[in-house]
Ligand binder design. Structure first.
Ligand code: DGJ
Length: 779
């Protein structure tokens, strides 16, 4: 609910309040963002000022008590005494850079308006309200509209800003961020997510007593170097308690957030498009939209912050027919055969996959032009490789469909290889600087999406590909970071606009295709998670989280995503061992346990697996389908994340829950383990149970001799023979308990093997061991 009177603004959600006011001088003073309050006396929220401290700039002659450097603001530019990170910077026609935005007017509208140039959140509940506050620049007459949309149900407020050049002359924006907000104290903790290829979303915490912390990307994408998602919290906040503010951005290009502690010990947050290598010229009458920033506050720690974000993403970001539809279990050809396949090898894989219960077959890279490696053919989407696929895409699609599988395809529409027919025809369509050496990235260049002709061409090409009869899924890849920023389409004085114009072109391409082919399930990918953000999630509901399919690496990666993104948005595959990225060997069941906490797929040559492993895969898929709705769309809880990771997911109606735990490294003698749970109905009685599995006797090495009547040499023929027929029984866990007990205590599990006896009451739990547990209403 929005309460506004032109002087004071209260934005209330179910459990939070965001408040600011208009100061006597016209600036917007931030008053409060925290627990829901019922405040009819704003003066208690406002800092009192009788004088400005020495060595500060006072706002004007009439206000010697006011220095903007020490006010909590909603917006700030440079030049009027605020020395902290500004929200915007401009160069005016007269060369001056000072702006002085003061309050002009406001409006409250029902609903969530769409952005004109960028993806935006939306509302179907009819409960969202939007506040637009118009600010006018006293110096040049520019207009800035600050927008606040209030999503009551999920405790989210989104912010954005639009700059309108209402002056008579042109202006150059050199920084145009989406939001600015000030806290009244220092020493807050910033949690952000860093990494690179195959190591996305590594969580990092830093307490900021002074100075600045910047979380930004410059890859041209939202990047695997550091995701736009970040959190600010009181340093003693933890998973279940404490004040936590979450931030995210609907933008897929270079982003920037800076957290700055001022010399007056206030903490400022600014957030938006990265100003590095950015400028945007606006002629009189033109406007610029900054991307939408998402804010949520939780008084109950990181868990509630994540639940808010998840609900928001599920309800107000992802859209279209696949928004709430259960996602199919897929097999992807990439790690199964890379570029080396034929139609018959693919069909052989598809057939085995179908028998194991897979629902969607995806042909990854290598199906077009002369693409037998990653050096050539990107751009040649109209030239299907007939040596590999004699019947073309249509032929393969039909045969895959005839097997009873959906058919899916990999594309990388934004790229071009120099060795391609497209480049030979249109060298001017690649981003590179004429006459200069180009830096390389996977032997490919970016297509110049600043050029509308290129976008139109790619819409046409992709429309042809997407029209393949029987095509049900697209994996949209993007494997190159930006270098040599330059568009041959733009004049010299517009080159600073390249990175943002590229993003706008990309969104037009993606949006047109998503609208033209709504039934196709689209999955994003950028070398894994190099473009995992809320902007692209407006068009594709799921993203390939990482090229790293190693179950141990995936623990931290998926745990990282879970802070801001629901599990229906990140995909996870069971792959071969030794793992192709880490060479680590992990149990098949552990790979499944971790992957089933994302959208499950398989990416390995099933035909090379032992029959007992194929049988295990079949059982996994059957089980996954049984709990898929819960796993993909339930509420996600993190419990522990260190050596042993624990996650649980509870159905929205609280009837079912699935939990997972996985150990990275065995700690000798650690025998007692408890699985934690949360989110169950306190008063309902539940049945808790584990999977009944069997283990390979070879996992116990030559300990087999402690029970064998004859001596067995390890790895000998006899050992292998015994292993074939004798299985070690897995432990049984089966209990009934009330939700309050499971929520508060979890379940104390049977002992782990610690070097002494082993039977059905002991858990075989070596390095990388994992378990899945299920909870169902008992009554
Ligand atoms: C990078 C992706 O992340 C992989 O999954 C795979 O699709 C390759 N590209 C194909 O070139």
């Amino acid at each position: 609910m929005i309460k506004a009177d032109g002087k004071v603004f209260f934005l209330n959600t179910k459990s939070t309040t965001y408040a600011f006011r208009v100061m006597e001088t016209g600036q917007l003073e931030h008053m409060y963002y925290g627990r829901l309050i019922n405040c009819d006396e704003p003066s208690v929220l406002i800092e009192k000022r009788a004088f400005a401290p020495g060595n500060t700039i006072t706002y004007d002659d009439a206000h010697q008590d006011l220095t903007l450097e020490d006010v909590r603001l909603e917006l700030s530019a440079i030049g009027k005494g605020d020395l902290r990170e500004p929200m915007l910077e401009v160069v005016c026609a007269d060369g001056s850079t000072s702006l002085d935005f003061v309050y002009d007017s406001y409006e409250v509208i029902q609903g969530k308006p769409e952005f004109k140039t960028l993806p935006s959140s939306y509302d179907e509940t009819g409960k969202v309200e939007t506040l637009n506050v118009t600010m006018k620049d006293k110096n040049h007459g520019f207009t800035l509209i600050l927008s606040y949309s209030v999503f009551e149900e999920c405790d989210v407020i989104t912010r954005s800003a639009k700059f309108i050049n209402t002056s008579e002359e042109s202006v150059r924006l050199t920084r145009m961020l989406s939001m600015l907000m000030d806290y009244d104290h220092p020493g807050m903790k910033i949690t952000s997510f860093h990494g690179g290829w195959t190591r996305e979303m590594n969580k990092s915490d830093i307490v900021l007593p002074a100075g600045k912390f910047v979380n930004s990307s410059f890859t041209g994408t939202s990047s695997n170097r550091c995701n736009p998602l970040f959190m600010i919290s009181e340093p003693d906040s933890c998973e279940e308690s404490g004040d936590v503010w979450g931030f995210n951005l609907l933008y897929s290009g270079n982003h920037y957030s800076a957290t700055e502690v001022s010399s007056f010990k206030k903490t400022r947050v600014v957030y938006g498009i990265n100003p590095q290598n950015f400028a945007w010229d606006l002629a009189a009458g033109e406007e610029f939209e900054a991307p939408e920033a998402v804010l949520t506050y939780s008084a109950a720690g990181f868990r509630q912050m994540s639940l808010n974000m998840h609900d928001f993403v599920r309800e107000h970001i992802t859209r279209g027919p696949w928004k709430k539809k259960e996602r199919p279990v897929l097999i992807n050809s990439w790690e199964a055969s890379y570029f080396d396949f034929t139609e018959s090898s693919l069909l052989k894989l598809a057939k085995t996959a179908k028998n194991a219960g897979v629902e969607l077959f995806v042909m990854d890279d290598g199906w077009f032009g002369d693409r037998n490696d990653d050096h050539r053919a990107l751009g040649d989407w109209d030239i299907v490789n007939k040596k590999k696929l004699p019947g073309g895409l249509e032929g393969l699609s039909k045969k895959v469909n005839d097997l009873g599988l959906m058919f899916g395809l990999w594309v990388e529409p934004e790229m071009i290889n120099v060795d391609s027919e497209l480049y030979r025809k249109h060298p001017d369509w690649a981003i590179d600087i004429p006459g200069m050496d180009h830096s390389e990235g996977r032997f490919q260049r970016l297509l110049d999406l600043c050029n509308p002709e290129v976008v139109d061409y790619m819409i046409d090409r992709m429309s042809e590909v997407f029209s393949t009869p029987g095509l049900a899924y697209i994996k949209w890849d993007m494997n190159r970071n930006f270098s040599d920023y330059y568009s041959k389409y733009l004049p010299a004085d517009k080159q600073f606009e390249v990175s943002h114009r590229y993003v706008l072109g990309f969104y037009r391409l993606l949006k047109t295709l998503a609208e033209r082919f709504p039934e196709i399930l689209m999955e994003g990918c950028a070398s894994g998670g190099n473009r995992f953000d809320l902007g692209v999630l407006c068009y594709y509901p799921q993203i390939w989280a990482s090229d790293n399919t190693d179950a141990v690496s995936r623990l931290a990666i998926q745990d990282g995503y879970s802070y801001g993104y629901p599990q229906s948005t990140y995909t996870a595959h069971v792959s071969a061992c030794p793992n192709h990225q880490t060479l680590r060997v992990t149990p098949l069941e552990s790979r499944f346990a971790v992957a089933s906490f994302g959208v499950l797929g398989y990416e390995l040559n099933l035909n090379d697996m032992k029959s007992e492993d194929i049988a295990a895969v079949k059982a996994q898929i059957e089980l996954y389908k049984q709990y898929r709705k819960t796993l993909q769309f339930g509420d996600f809880y993190r419990h522990k994340a260190d050596n042993i990771y624990q996650w649980s997911i509870v159905d929205k109606d609280k009837s079912t829950s699935v939990s997972m735990l996985m150990q990275r490294e065995i700690v000798a003698g650690d025998q007692y383990l408890k699985i934690n749970m949360a989110g169950l109905d306190q008063k309902t009685k539940y049945h808790f149970f584990g999977r009944k599995l069997e283990y390979n006797v070879k996992g116990f090495g030559d300990l087999v001799n402690t029970v064998s009547p004859i001596h067995i040499k390890q790895d000998s023929l006899v050992h292998n023979l015994v292993a074939k027929f004798v299985k070690m029984p897995g432990e049984i866990e089966d209990y009934v308990a009330y939700g309050d007990t499971l929520n508060s205590n979890g379940v104390k599990l049977v002992q782990s093997f610690v070097g002494t006896g082993f039977n059905e009451e002991v858990r075989y739990f070596p390095d990388f061991g994992a378990r899945l547990y299920f909870v169902e209403k008992a009554e």
